[in-house]
Design a binder for this molecule. Structure first.
Ligand code: OMP
Length: 312
Protein backbone atom coordinates (compact mmCIF):
# COMPACT_ATOMS: atom_id res chain seq x y z
CA UNK A 1 0.00 0.00 0.00
CA UNK A 2 1.54 3.24 -1.13
CA UNK A 3 1.32 5.78 -3.92
CA UNK A 4 4.18 4.12 -5.83
CA UNK A 5 1.99 3.32 -8.86
CA UNK A 6 0.76 6.91 -8.99
CA UNK A 7 4.26 8.36 -8.56
CA UNK A 8 5.56 6.18 -11.41
CA UNK A 9 2.79 7.39 -13.71
CA UNK A 10 3.53 11.02 -12.78
CA UNK A 11 7.24 10.63 -13.52
CA UNK A 12 6.61 8.70 -16.74
CA UNK A 13 4.35 11.49 -18.05
CA UNK A 14 6.35 14.27 -16.35
CA UNK A 15 3.01 15.59 -15.23
CA UNK A 16 1.83 15.97 -11.61
CA UNK A 17 -1.76 16.72 -12.64
CA UNK A 18 -5.03 15.02 -11.87
CA UNK A 19 -7.97 15.94 -14.08
CA UNK A 20 -11.11 16.34 -11.99
CA UNK A 21 -14.24 14.85 -13.55
CA UNK A 22 -16.98 16.92 -11.89
CA UNK A 23 -19.46 17.01 -14.77
CA UNK A 24 -22.39 19.42 -14.69
CA UNK A 25 -24.84 19.47 -17.59
CA UNK A 26 -23.88 23.08 -18.23
CA UNK A 27 -20.34 21.95 -19.12
CA UNK A 28 -21.48 19.34 -21.64
CA UNK A 29 -21.71 20.32 -25.33
CA UNK A 30 -25.23 20.48 -26.81
CA UNK A 31 -24.58 17.78 -29.42
CA UNK A 32 -23.85 15.22 -26.68
CA UNK A 33 -26.92 16.20 -24.63
CA UNK A 34 -29.19 16.15 -27.71
CA UNK A 35 -28.09 12.61 -28.56
CA UNK A 36 -28.66 11.33 -25.01
CA UNK A 37 -32.01 13.14 -24.59
CA UNK A 38 -33.17 11.69 -27.92
CA UNK A 39 -32.57 8.21 -26.51
CA UNK A 40 -33.79 8.69 -22.92
CA UNK A 41 -35.58 12.05 -22.75
CA UNK A 42 -34.69 14.82 -20.32
CA UNK A 43 -34.47 12.32 -17.47
CA UNK A 44 -31.91 11.23 -14.92
CA UNK A 45 -31.01 8.44 -17.33
CA UNK A 46 -30.57 10.88 -20.22
CA UNK A 47 -28.34 13.15 -18.13
CA UNK A 48 -26.23 10.24 -16.88
CA UNK A 49 -25.80 8.98 -20.45
CA UNK A 50 -24.58 12.43 -21.55
CA UNK A 51 -22.13 12.57 -18.64
CA UNK A 52 -20.62 9.24 -19.52
CA UNK A 53 -20.19 10.18 -23.19
CA UNK A 54 -18.63 13.51 -22.17
CA UNK A 55 -16.25 11.83 -19.70
CA UNK A 56 -15.15 9.20 -22.17
CA UNK A 57 -14.38 11.92 -24.72
CA UNK A 58 -12.23 13.74 -22.13
CA UNK A 59 -10.43 10.57 -21.06
CA UNK A 60 -9.65 9.69 -24.70
CA UNK A 61 -7.85 13.03 -25.13
CA UNK A 62 -6.13 13.03 -21.74
CA UNK A 63 -4.97 9.52 -20.87
CA UNK A 64 -1.62 9.70 -22.67
CA UNK A 65 -0.55 12.98 -21.02
CA UNK A 66 -2.37 13.05 -17.63
CA UNK A 67 -1.66 10.30 -15.09
CA UNK A 68 -4.89 10.42 -13.07
CA UNK A 69 -8.54 11.42 -12.91
CA UNK A 70 -10.62 12.37 -9.88
CA UNK A 71 -14.37 11.92 -10.30
CA UNK A 72 -16.27 13.69 -7.50
CA UNK A 73 -19.14 11.40 -6.42
CA UNK A 74 -21.67 14.21 -5.80
CA UNK A 75 -21.85 15.09 -9.50
CA UNK A 76 -22.95 11.52 -10.24
CA UNK A 77 -25.17 10.92 -7.19
CA UNK A 78 -27.24 13.92 -8.37
CA UNK A 79 -28.58 11.64 -11.10
CA UNK A 80 -29.58 8.80 -8.79
CA UNK A 81 -28.68 5.25 -9.65
CA UNK A 82 -28.16 6.14 -13.32
CA UNK A 83 -25.55 8.65 -12.19
CA UNK A 84 -23.88 6.15 -9.90
CA UNK A 85 -23.69 3.74 -12.83
CA UNK A 86 -22.05 6.50 -14.89
CA UNK A 87 -19.50 6.92 -12.07
CA UNK A 88 -18.70 3.19 -12.05
CA UNK A 89 -18.42 3.17 -15.86
CA UNK A 90 -16.20 6.27 -15.81
CA UNK A 91 -13.84 4.64 -13.31
CA UNK A 92 -13.71 1.44 -15.35
CA UNK A 93 -13.04 3.35 -18.58
CA UNK A 94 -10.26 5.50 -17.07
CA UNK A 95 -8.59 2.39 -15.65
CA UNK A 96 -8.84 0.60 -19.00
CA UNK A 97 -6.78 3.50 -20.42
CA UNK A 98 -4.14 3.05 -17.72
CA UNK A 99 -5.14 6.06 -15.59
CA UNK A 100 -4.95 6.13 -11.78
CA UNK A 101 -8.41 6.87 -10.35
CA UNK A 102 -8.92 8.92 -7.20
CA UNK A 103 -12.57 8.60 -6.19
CA UNK A 104 -13.51 11.82 -4.44
CA UNK A 105 -16.11 10.74 -1.90
CA UNK A 106 -14.78 12.46 1.26
CA UNK A 107 -16.18 9.50 3.17
CA UNK A 108 -16.23 9.32 6.94
CA UNK A 109 -18.10 7.17 9.48
CA UNK A 110 -17.70 4.83 12.46
CA UNK A 111 -15.52 1.74 12.03
CA UNK A 112 -18.00 -0.83 10.68
CA UNK A 113 -19.62 1.61 8.29
CA UNK A 114 -16.24 2.88 7.17
CA UNK A 115 -15.32 -0.72 6.39
CA UNK A 116 -18.34 -0.86 4.06
CA UNK A 117 -17.19 2.34 2.33
CA UNK A 118 -13.66 0.92 2.02
CA UNK A 119 -15.00 -2.28 0.44
CA UNK A 120 -17.28 -0.31 -1.88
CA UNK A 121 -14.66 2.06 -3.23
CA UNK A 122 -11.31 0.28 -2.87
CA UNK A 123 -11.94 -3.38 -2.11
CA UNK A 124 -14.08 -6.26 -3.29
CA UNK A 125 -17.63 -6.98 -2.17
CA UNK A 126 -18.26 -10.52 -0.93
CA UNK A 127 -21.50 -11.90 -2.32
CA UNK A 128 -21.88 -15.18 -0.46
CA UNK A 129 -18.38 -16.28 -1.30
CA UNK A 130 -18.11 -14.67 -4.74
CA UNK A 131 -16.05 -11.48 -4.79
CA UNK A 132 -16.48 -8.53 -7.13
CA UNK A 133 -15.21 -4.95 -7.28
CA UNK A 134 -18.09 -2.48 -6.91
CA UNK A 135 -16.32 0.70 -8.05
CA UNK A 136 -12.63 -0.20 -8.22
CA UNK A 137 -10.95 3.18 -7.67
CA UNK A 138 -7.25 3.31 -6.80
CA UNK A 139 -7.61 5.85 -3.98
CA UNK A 140 -10.41 7.51 -2.03
CA UNK A 141 -10.66 10.93 -0.38
CA UNK A 142 -11.72 10.64 3.26
CA UNK A 143 -12.43 12.82 6.25
CA UNK A 144 -10.34 11.81 9.26
CA UNK A 145 -12.23 13.73 11.92
CA UNK A 146 -13.74 10.57 13.49
CA UNK A 147 -10.20 9.47 14.33
CA UNK A 148 -8.44 6.12 13.91
CA UNK A 149 -11.58 3.91 13.99
CA UNK A 150 -12.68 5.54 10.77
CA UNK A 151 -9.27 5.14 9.11
CA UNK A 152 -8.10 1.65 10.21
CA UNK A 153 -10.60 -0.33 8.05
CA UNK A 154 -9.33 1.59 5.03
CA UNK A 155 -5.73 0.79 5.86
CA UNK A 156 -6.44 -2.94 5.96
CA UNK A 157 -8.06 -2.89 2.53
CA UNK A 158 -5.44 -0.53 1.11
CA UNK A 159 -2.71 -2.94 2.21
CA UNK A 160 -4.44 -5.97 0.72
CA UNK A 161 -5.22 -4.30 -2.58
CA UNK A 162 -2.39 -1.76 -3.00
CA UNK A 163 -4.72 1.25 -2.77
CA UNK A 164 -4.37 4.65 -1.09
CA UNK A 165 -6.37 7.30 0.73
CA UNK A 166 -6.24 11.09 0.84
CA UNK A 167 -7.29 12.52 4.19
CA UNK A 168 -8.62 16.11 4.40
CA UNK A 169 -5.99 18.16 6.23
CA UNK A 170 -6.14 21.79 5.08
CA UNK A 171 -8.95 22.20 2.59
CA UNK A 172 -8.96 24.81 -0.16
CA UNK A 173 -12.26 26.52 0.65
CA UNK A 174 -12.40 30.07 2.12
CA UNK A 175 -13.91 29.00 5.47
CA UNK A 176 -11.55 26.06 6.05
CA UNK A 177 -9.72 28.05 8.72
CA UNK A 178 -12.78 28.35 10.98
CA UNK A 179 -11.90 24.97 12.45
CA UNK A 180 -8.70 23.80 10.76
CA UNK A 181 -6.59 26.85 11.73
CA UNK A 182 -7.50 26.75 15.42
CA UNK A 183 -4.51 26.41 17.69
CA UNK A 184 -4.52 24.04 20.63
CA UNK A 185 -1.86 22.33 22.78
CA UNK A 186 0.42 25.38 22.58
CA UNK A 187 0.63 26.56 19.00
CA UNK A 188 -0.24 23.35 17.12
CA UNK A 189 -3.04 23.93 14.64
CA UNK A 190 -5.84 21.45 13.99
CA UNK A 191 -4.67 20.99 10.38
CA UNK A 192 -1.08 20.31 11.44
CA UNK A 193 -2.28 17.80 14.02
CA UNK A 194 -4.42 16.06 11.38
CA UNK A 195 -1.38 16.04 9.08
CA UNK A 196 0.71 14.42 11.82
CA UNK A 197 -2.02 11.81 12.28
CA UNK A 198 -1.73 11.01 8.55
CA UNK A 199 2.04 10.67 8.89
CA UNK A 200 1.45 8.30 11.80
CA UNK A 201 -1.27 6.23 10.06
CA UNK A 202 1.01 5.84 7.07
CA UNK A 203 4.27 5.01 8.82
CA UNK A 204 3.93 1.22 8.41
CA UNK A 205 3.12 1.46 4.73
CA UNK A 206 5.85 3.58 3.22
CA UNK A 207 6.57 2.76 -0.42
CA UNK A 208 9.85 2.65 -2.31
CA UNK A 209 9.85 6.37 -3.09
CA UNK A 210 9.46 7.36 0.57
CA UNK A 211 5.74 8.15 0.55
CA UNK A 212 3.05 6.16 2.35
CA UNK A 213 -0.41 5.24 1.09
CA UNK A 214 -1.98 7.70 3.50
CA UNK A 215 -1.98 11.01 1.67
CA UNK A 216 -3.26 14.43 2.69
CA UNK A 217 -5.49 16.94 0.92
CA UNK A 218 -3.97 20.42 1.15
CA UNK A 219 -5.36 23.31 -0.92
CA UNK A 220 -3.30 25.33 -3.40
CA UNK A 221 -5.16 28.34 -2.02
CA UNK A 222 -2.96 28.21 1.13
CA UNK A 223 0.61 28.13 -0.25
CA UNK A 224 2.39 28.90 3.06
CA UNK A 225 0.61 26.02 4.73
CA UNK A 226 1.52 23.70 1.85
CA UNK A 227 5.18 24.57 2.40
CA UNK A 228 4.85 24.17 6.17
CA UNK A 229 3.13 20.78 5.82
CA UNK A 230 5.66 19.45 3.27
CA UNK A 231 8.39 20.21 5.81
CA UNK A 232 6.48 18.60 8.69
CA UNK A 233 5.17 15.53 6.84
CA UNK A 234 8.00 14.01 4.79
CA UNK A 235 6.23 10.68 4.14
CA UNK A 236 2.81 12.07 3.26
CA UNK A 237 1.88 12.48 -0.40
CA UNK A 238 -0.37 15.49 -1.13
CA UNK A 239 -3.48 15.92 -3.26
CA UNK A 240 -3.59 19.65 -4.02
CA UNK A 241 -6.95 21.05 -5.21
CA UNK A 242 -7.55 24.72 -5.87
CA UNK A 243 -5.47 25.26 -9.02
CA UNK A 244 -7.26 27.21 -11.77
CA UNK A 245 -10.92 27.91 -11.03
CA UNK A 246 -10.26 28.57 -7.31
CA UNK A 247 -7.41 30.95 -8.08
CA UNK A 248 -4.33 28.84 -7.29
CA UNK A 249 -1.36 28.96 -9.69
CA UNK A 250 1.82 26.94 -10.19
CA UNK A 251 3.84 29.07 -7.75
CA UNK A 252 1.25 28.42 -5.04
CA UNK A 253 1.72 24.66 -5.53
CA UNK A 254 5.52 24.71 -5.52
CA UNK A 255 5.87 24.13 -1.78
CA UNK A 256 4.03 20.79 -2.04
CA UNK A 257 6.89 19.15 -3.94
CA UNK A 258 10.17 17.68 -2.66
CA UNK A 259 13.68 18.10 -4.08
CA UNK A 260 12.99 15.34 -6.65
CA UNK A 261 9.93 17.17 -7.95
CA UNK A 262 7.54 14.59 -6.49
CA UNK A 263 5.36 14.49 -3.38
CA UNK A 264 2.12 15.90 -4.76
CA UNK A 265 -0.51 15.79 -7.47
CA UNK A 266 -2.41 18.96 -8.37
CA UNK A 267 -6.10 18.83 -9.31
CA UNK A 268 -7.94 20.94 -11.83
CA UNK A 269 -11.59 20.14 -12.57
CA UNK A 270 -13.43 23.13 -14.11
CA UNK A 271 -10.19 24.51 -15.57
CA UNK A 272 -9.80 21.42 -17.77
CA UNK A 273 -13.44 20.37 -18.25
CA UNK A 274 -14.68 23.84 -19.22
CA UNK A 275 -11.65 24.97 -21.25
CA UNK A 276 -13.73 24.65 -24.45
CA UNK A 277 -16.23 27.26 -23.24
CA UNK A 278 -13.50 29.90 -23.03
CA UNK A 279 -12.36 29.59 -26.63
CA UNK A 280 -14.35 31.89 -28.88
CA UNK A 281 -15.61 30.33 -32.10
CA UNK A 282 -14.58 26.80 -31.10
CA UNK A 283 -16.67 23.98 -32.59
CA UNK A 284 -18.17 22.32 -29.50
CA UNK A 285 -17.20 18.93 -30.95
CA UNK A 286 -13.61 19.95 -30.11
CA UNK A 287 -14.38 20.22 -26.38
CA UNK A 288 -11.99 17.41 -25.45
CA UNK A 289 -9.19 18.84 -27.61
CA UNK A 290 -9.55 22.10 -25.67
CA UNK A 291 -9.29 20.11 -22.43
CA UNK A 292 -6.09 18.52 -23.73
CA UNK A 293 -4.66 21.94 -24.61
CA UNK A 294 -5.39 23.20 -21.09
CA UNK A 295 -3.91 20.05 -19.52
CA UNK A 296 -0.71 20.59 -21.54
CA UNK A 297 -0.60 24.26 -20.49
CA UNK A 298 -1.08 23.26 -16.83
CA UNK A 299 1.59 20.54 -17.05
CA UNK A 300 4.10 23.00 -18.51
CA UNK A 301 3.11 25.66 -15.96
CA UNK A 302 3.73 23.25 -13.06
CA UNK A 303 6.95 21.90 -14.62
CA UNK A 304 8.29 25.43 -14.96
CA UNK A 305 8.33 25.77 -11.16
CA UNK A 306 9.04 22.16 -10.11
CA UNK A 307 11.58 21.15 -12.75
CA UNK A 308 12.13 17.54 -13.74
CA UNK A 309 10.29 14.87 -11.74
CA UNK A 310 12.68 12.08 -10.72
CA UNK A 311 12.32 8.74 -8.96
CA UNK A 312 14.81 8.38 -6.11
O1 OMP B 1 -10.85 16.55 -1.86
C1 OMP B 1 -10.87 17.32 -2.83
O2 OMP B 1 -10.62 16.93 -3.94
C2 OMP B 1 -11.08 18.76 -2.56
C3 OMP B 1 -10.64 19.22 -1.34
C4 OMP B 1 -10.54 20.59 -1.13
O3 OMP B 1 -10.04 21.05 -0.11
N1 OMP B 1 -10.96 21.45 -2.11
C5 OMP B 1 -11.48 21.00 -3.30
O4 OMP B 1 -11.80 21.83 -4.15
N2 OMP B 1 -11.60 19.64 -3.51
C6 OMP B 1 -12.25 19.14 -4.74
O5 OMP B 1 -11.43 19.47 -5.85
C7 OMP B 1 -12.22 19.85 -6.98
C8 OMP B 1 -11.91 21.28 -7.35
O6 OMP B 1 -12.56 21.64 -8.52
P1 OMP B 1 -12.16 22.95 -9.38
O7 OMP B 1 -12.19 24.09 -8.43
O8 OMP B 1 -13.23 23.00 -10.42
O9 OMP B 1 -10.80 22.69 -9.95
C9 OMP B 1 -13.68 19.60 -6.57
O10 OMP B 1 -13.99 18.26 -6.93
C10 OMP B 1 -13.64 19.70 -5.05
O11 OMP B 1 -14.65 18.93 -4.44
Amino acid sequence: MSFDRLIEKIVEKQNPTVAGLDPKLAYIPEYIKEESFKKYGKTLEGAADAILTYNKGLIDELYDIVPAVKPQCAYYEMYGWYGVRALAETIKYAKSKGMFVITDGKRNDIGTTMEAYAIAHLGETDIDGEKEEAFGGDALTVNGYLGSDGINPLLTICEEKDKGIFVLVKTSNPSSGELQNLEFRGDETVYLHMGRMCEDWGKKVVGKYGYSGVGAVVGATYPEMLTELRGELPKTFFLVPGYGAQGGGANDCKGAFDQNGIGAIVNSSRGIMCAWQKIEGLDEKDYAKAARQEAIRMRDDLKSVIGEMKLK
